[in-house]
Design a protein around this ligand. Structure first.
Ligand code: DAH
Length: 338
């Protein structure tokens, strides 16, 4: 009987080796290791054997099963290897690779990311707020009187509900102070909307970056030092920065910031890049009223705020003459930045 087992094993190994497809191999597996296999039939006769013979046949059966199982594995692997090799047989790896067009960040994104990176190094955390705003957050809390031109229907997109598309990111100042207690040191990049006549320097949607720092003893000199550092990090360490007195309802004193720059192909000139100032105490009072506490005590706290146009920065940085190029998604333009 042991010889019978050895003979079945030899027969099985021959069949397995001869199998050239996985289906034939599977048939061989069922035939030689399945329930109705000759080895199982042989095992069924075990009970007729003497106690001495039983273990011998058992060992022979095990050896045969193992050998068959191993051969099945080996053959399966080599069939798969052959199939893999065949599937790449037509490939010529010496051919030059096809050039795939590679994407790149939009110039506005590059400039925004750099601005954020510089300001984060100075300890500003990122904040944001909704683009659909209330008049309170966009105007009232920012000390903007009812008759201010920015509140006109002709300048601002209003919804029937009375809400509006925020006209500046300064609303995030209020949103942040409503949620958190001082000290506050945040920047908020984001979109703003105005009903401007569209031309080479105006779109009805544009991008700003707002900054707010509120703490005990924040001074105008802190604001000046921070923004000078920022514009020098942005445009080079010899960049000249000028603070020009101006008016904004939510800061006092207020300034516009000019940077002396050479746009590619032009003579150096002063370019207005941002508005800024010391937070008007009236803003703290409004925030306290909205919060229902005195967390922003105007007698204890001071702060500075600034807001810059990011589109403007990108246009300066790359010598882009028409702001519309930034939103047209024309790959002839965009691929220059790839
Ligand atoms: N919100 C102003 C604008 O859109 C810019 C600005 C001016 C922001 C002064 C400020 C600021 O935070 O202090 O024109």
């Amino acid at each position: 009987m042991q010889e019978q087992a050895a003979q079945i094993q030899a027969e099985a190994l021959a069949a397995i080796e001869a199998a050239t497809t996985e289906a034939v191999l599977e048939d061989a597996r069922v035939k030689f290791l399945g329930k109705k296999s000759p080895l199982n039939a042989l095992a069924g006769e075990m009970r007729n054997l003497s106690n001495e013979e039983k273990p011998k046949l058992g060992a022979a059966l095990n050896a045969a099963r193992q050998a068959i199982g191993g051969a099945l594995e080996t053959q399966k692997q080599s069939l798969q290897d052959a199939a893999d090799a065949a599937s790449v047989a037509d490939l010529d790896p010496s051919l030059p690779a096809r050039i795939l067009p590679s994407g790149a960040l939009h110039p506005l994104t590059v400039v925004k990311d750099r601005a954020i990176q510089i300001l984060r190094r100075l300890g500003f955390a990122l904040a944001d707020g909704p683009e659909i705003e209330t008049e309170f957050h966009c105007f009232d809390a920012l000390n903007t009187p009812f008759d201010h031109p920015a509140r006109n229907d002709s300048d601002t997109f209003y919804f029937d509900s009375g809400k509006l598309l925020r006209t500046h990111t300064s609303s995030v100042q209020i949103r942040t102070m409503e949620k958190a207690a001082p000290p506050i040191k945040i920047i908020a990049p984001g979109s703003a909307y105005r009903r401007d006549e569209i031309d080479a320097t105006h779109l009805s949607v544009f991008n700003q970056l707002e900054g707010l720092y509120v703490d005990k003893d924040v001074r105008l000199s802190d604001l000046k030092g921070t923004l000078e550092f920022f514009y020098r990090a942005m445009f080079g360490e010899n960049t000249e920065v000028r603070f020009r007195p101006h008016f904004f309802p939510f800061t006092e004193p207020s300034f516009e910031i000019d940077v002396k720059l050479q746009v590619k192909g032009e003579a150096p000139k002063w370019i207005e890049v941002a508005g800024c100032g010391m937070v008007d105490p009236a803003v703290f009072t409004q925030v306290n009223e909205s919060r229902g506490d005195q967390a922003f005590d105007p007698a204890q706290l001071t702060g500075y705020a600034f807001g810059m146009g990011l589109d403007r920065l990108a246009m300066i940085q790359y010598g882009i003459r028409d702001i519309r190029l930034l939103i047209e998604n024309d790959t002839r333009f965009l691929s220059q930045f790839a």
